[in-house]
Write a protein that binds this ligand. Structure first.
Ligand code: AMP
Ligand code: MG
Length: 337
């Protein structure tokens, strides 16, 4: 796709919009300020740079090099890759069983199966599961090197890369004196400040079953709103069973936690991205327990019956579609571990 840059003025200054393809999705940005155009050019460049570090499909990326050297040697990596891996391992350690960036071999198995619409053989899944283990990442933060212990292991940053990009672009926009911006990185929204008129941004949350419809919207300032859903990338077999792209690392199969969509609202885009994938696999009950330890994070859960659950901090901020039943989750104790 051609990158298109549109310019439009509003009464508060200059508003710039940009749409481009990156990280396998369409991204749209709008920024306000006298240096908005420059800022969005820089944003597009930065996202392309990060894709060049994180993508498994770019031969010389940090991740491709680590994966090719699995079981053999360590690779020099960028500070950005180091941060993402560090954070991913930290979350996996803190909330074990749901999120694992070494899911690469399983993702690959399912990706190949998806093309032919035939799920992988159970035996292949069983053989692949032992390769998925974040504890096998050998990360040297001081030297900025990373390695995987076993041959055949592979890192996949599909569940976190855009999250990191979101935090970076927010910092970048601020360097260009932009104080108001809205970026949609393909179902992953990052906002800076408020709208130029001082009102909060309203971020729509996609209906998991009807394309083009929303279940509601959440009003936010300076926050990321990140959604993981079973509708983003999926195929169905002859019986109509849905196979989606979020896998349970323990079973090797697409997660069947009863949730079909989870949105996380947080100031930290990387953490919101990690957590949306993690909560999707954890399910509603375990997910709620786990959120008690993350008081700065809010979430919207949608189960397979289309019930919508919101954390208390979103009360008054989440406006749901009138046809949708909204349940308020219990008050959370503010407790850090
Ligand atoms: P997201 O859409 O952010 O939830 O991320 C989904 C992507 O993350 C998938 O396409 C996979 O590349 C990867 N992924 C899927 N399941 C997991 C998991 N349980 N832990 C870590 N990464 C995952
Ligand atoms: Mg994610």
């Amino acid at each position: 796709m051609e990158c298109s840059v549109k310019e439009a003025r509003d009464e508060n200054g200059q508003r710039m919009m940009m749409t481009h393809l990156a990280m396998g999705t369409v991204m749209t940005h709008q920024a306000f300020g006298s240096r908005a155009e420059e800022s969005l050019m820089a944003v597009r460049g930065e996202i392309a740079r990060l894709e060049g570090l994180f993508s498994m499909f770019i031969f010389e990326s940090d991740i491709s090099r680590i994966n090719r050297s699995a079981g053999k040697k360590s690779e020099k990596i960028s500070p950005e890759t180091c941060t993402v891996l560090e954070e991913a391992v930290r979350f996996s350690r803190r909330f074990p069983g749901y999120f694992d960036v070494t899911l690469g071999p399983l993702v690959d198995l399912w990706r190949r199966a998806g093309e032919s619409f035939i799920p992988p053989a159970e035996e292949n899944i069983r053989k692949t599961i032992p390769l998925v283990n974040y504890r096998d990442i050998i990360l040297n933060i001081r030297e900025k090197t990373a390695a995987l212990r076993q041959v055949g292991q592979a890192i996949d940053l599909g569940g976190v890369g855009k999250g990191f990009a979101g935090d970076s672009l927010r910092r970048l926009l601020q360097n260009f004196d932009v104080t108001s911006a809205y970026s949609n990185l393909g179902g992953h929204v990052v906002t800076l400040g408020t709208k130029p008129d001082g009102s909060p941004w309203r971020v729509g949350i996609q209906h998991p079953r009807y394309t083009g419809r929303l279940i509601g919207s959440v009003s936010v300032e300076n926050k990321a709103v990140v959604t993981s859903g079973d509708y983003r990338r999926f195929t169905a077999d002859a019986q109509g069973k849905r196979y989606h792209h979020i896998l349970n690392p323990a079973t090797g199969y697409p997660s069947e936690s009863g949730l079909i969509s989870v949105s996380v609202v947080s100031e930290q885009s990387l953490q919101a991205d990690l957590l949306s994938t993690l909560l999707f696999v954890a399910g509603l009950k375990k997910g709620c327990n786990l959120l008690r330890r993350l008081p700065e994070m809010e979430a919207v859960f949608v189960d397979s019956e289309m019930n919508v659950f919101i954390t208390p901090g979103l009360q008054g901020r989440f406006r749901g579609d009138k046809n949708i039943q909204i349940h308020l989750l219990h008050e959370r104790k503010e407790r850090r571990t």
